[in-house]
Design a protein around this ligand. Structure first.
Ligand code: AMP
Ligand code: MG
Length: 351
């Protein structure tokens, strides 16, 4: 199959293109579409066989449930039971880059929820995504548009590279606004399951309470072991080995000089300047304090990394404030939890 690739302008969308994509959804076909977080690969959430095709195209394990995207709160009520005490808050927050886990209505195909009694629901804030859902007349189940374990698509080009042969339509609206996936909040336990583009402070402000955090989403510093293989957590991972350095960046240059032009650095402008001339390439995410840019540029950089033929990649840690929690969660996974607290540890590892 060869996907129909339709370039579309966010500020002046060509409605005939939305129409073509919505028709594909209604027929049970797959559509890649932009959201404000990352690109999604979508199917009619009420059509079990269409949703099965998502798992196949992504090579996604069937026990990893899908996020269902809705265009209004009425559509959410058709598939999920919104807890009464949170209804007003959710109605106030949405559309936004936050996904809520709620009790699922029994009518929802079990392929969407991987057989769980709960469902993940989100109303995206991207005008094209909303028009597509509305025009399709059905909720759209859509995980991130990447092959499982690979970094998520933050531009139409990434999604085309991954799915041009396995979906029917790709709506290409250029780069994503946030570039990092939605935050996932379990409303049954008020626990943050995945940090993302909606910050913990924003949740606290909207709900009047702070969500519980899972161990895995806590700071790097909470991990007692500096180097942990943790391969089972591998996600967002390029083929090139990613090493996450948490130590004093002043020492990086002297360690890495032995590996001149053999590694790529992905990180802040400040640290990149310390490695000029010795890295094969510096991919700059942004200034250290500009976590919004760092989040936006992260997946694009991890995807670029594999085209550079480096032996390994060095990246660094960021403050876990606001978007930093999501950034560090993705970086830890990209590195397979291989992180180094001191220059000595990195030196020993590299040999
Ligand atoms: P993706 O859309 O690929 O970025 O990932 C969706 C995320 O939401 C995955 O981490 C899923 O495991 C999670 N998710 C989806 N449905 C549920 C659910 N019912 N309960 C808990 N997590 C879920
Ligand atoms: Mg994903």
């Amino acid at each position: 199959m060869k996907a129909k690739i339709l370039k579309i302008n966010r500020s002046k969308p060509d409605l005939s293109k939305i129409h073509t994509a919505a028709n594909a959804i209604r027929k049970g076909n797959l559509v890649v579409f932009p959201t404000e977080t990352v690109y999604g690969i979508g199917a009619d959430a009420t059509n079990a066989s269409a949703c099965r095709r998502i798992f196949k195209a992504k090579n996604r394990p069937s026990d990893n449930p899908l996020i269902v995207h809705v265009s209004d709160i009425k559509m959410a009520v058709e598939i999920a039971i919104i807890p009464k005490k949170y209804y007003k808050t959710i109605d106030g927050i949405w559309p936004a880059p936050i996904t809520f886990i709620m009790k699922a209505k029994k009518t929802l195909p079990s392929v969407v929820t991987s057989g769980l009694s709960t469902v993940a629901v989100r109303m995206p804030a991207d005008s094209i995504a909303i028009s597509l859902i509305r025009e399709s007349g059905a909720p759209i189940a859509a995980p991130s548009a990447n092959i499982s374990k690979k970094p998520s698509s933050t531009s139409g080009k990434h999604a085309i590279d991954y799915f041009k042969k396995s979906v029917d339509v790709i709506l290409d609206a250029g780069p994503s606004k946030f570039g990092i996936e939605s935050t996932v909040l379990d409303l049954l336990t008020f626990t943050l399951l995945r940090p993302g583009a909606f910050t913990t402070d924003e949740i606290t402000k909207a709900f009047g309470r702070r969500p519980k955090l899972l161990k895995e989403t806590e700071g790097v510093s909470s991990n007692k072991k500096p180097i942990s293989p943790g391969m089972k957590y591998k996600h967002y991972s390029p083929d090139t080995r990613v090493l996450l350095f948490e130590g004093d960046t002043k020492k990086l240059r002297s360690i890495l000089i032995k590996y001149k032009k053999r590694f790529v650095f992905i990180g802040s402008k400040e640290t990149a300047s310390k490695l000029s001339g010795i890295s094969k390439k510096n991919i700059i995410l942004g200034r250290k304090s500009d976590r919004k840019s760092i989040a936006r540029n992260l997946f694009r950089s991890l995807i670029e990394l594999d085209s550079l033929g480096a032996e390994f990649c060095i990246t660094e840690s960021f403050s876990e404030k606001d978007y930093g929690l999501a950034i560090m969660n993705r970086l830890k996974k990209a590195s397979g939890h291989k992180y180094f607290r001191t220059a000595g540890e990195l030196e020993n590892y590299l040999g």
